[in-house]
Design a protein around this ligand. Structure first.
Ligand code: HEC
Length: 138
């Protein structure tokens, strides 16, 4: 009887740990990312990531947010000025580049965006941002 109990406890423990650590270290990144978002993105894209129709596009499950990471990083580093259609609305306003952000802040805010507002995406790493920033300097 005791053995069964013990095995049960151990199983529960392993399950709990694998759940908690499946995205290691995501929580501190999310906290830092939220701060960057609230300071540099929220005024345009809004607290819930829904944007402002026909002015600032939503960040909810768009192909830009969840698609190619390099393209996403470059939107923040270089700004974005194309006429795009997102969820049936058109956006022409330019998004200003955010060169004041450090590589770490860019990685944090994009990981935050990719895991907020109903999004579920892998983290953007510091190395990935560094690689794109290096291309800018050439
Ligand atoms: C001054 C307003 C403004 C600020 C500040 C701003 N954006 Fe944008 N953002 C825009 C606009 C406008 C577009 C659409 C640009 C276009 O049509 O070319 C856009 C487009 C985007 C896109 C691609 C389209 C989409 O909706 O998926 C992403 C991703 C994005 N912004 C993320 C961010 C992040 C992250 C920050 C903060 C670091 C930020 N933006 C700050 C206005 C802004």
């Amino acid at each position: 009887m005791n053995k069964i109990l013990l095995t049960g406890c151990m199983l529960a423990c392993v399950l709990f740990m694998s759940f908690t650590f499946s995205q290691p270290g995501l929580q501190p990144i999310m906290q830092r990312g939220k701060k960057v978002y609230d300071t540099y993105c929220l005024t345009c894209h809004q607290a819930d990531g829904a944007g402002v129709p026909r002015m600032n596009p939503p960040l909810i499950k768009t192909t830009y947010v969840l698609g190619d990471k390099k393209r996403l990083i470059n939107i923040v580093l270089k700004g974005f000025n194309e006429s795009v259609e997102i969820n049936g609305d058109y956006y022409d306003n330019p998004m200003p580049a955010q060169p004041q952000l450090t590589d770490q802040q860019v990685a944090d805010v994009l990981t935050y965006v990719r895991n907020s507002f109903g999004n579920k995406g892998t983290a953007i790493t510091l190395a990935e941002v560094k690689a794109e920033r290096a291309k800018l300097k050439k």
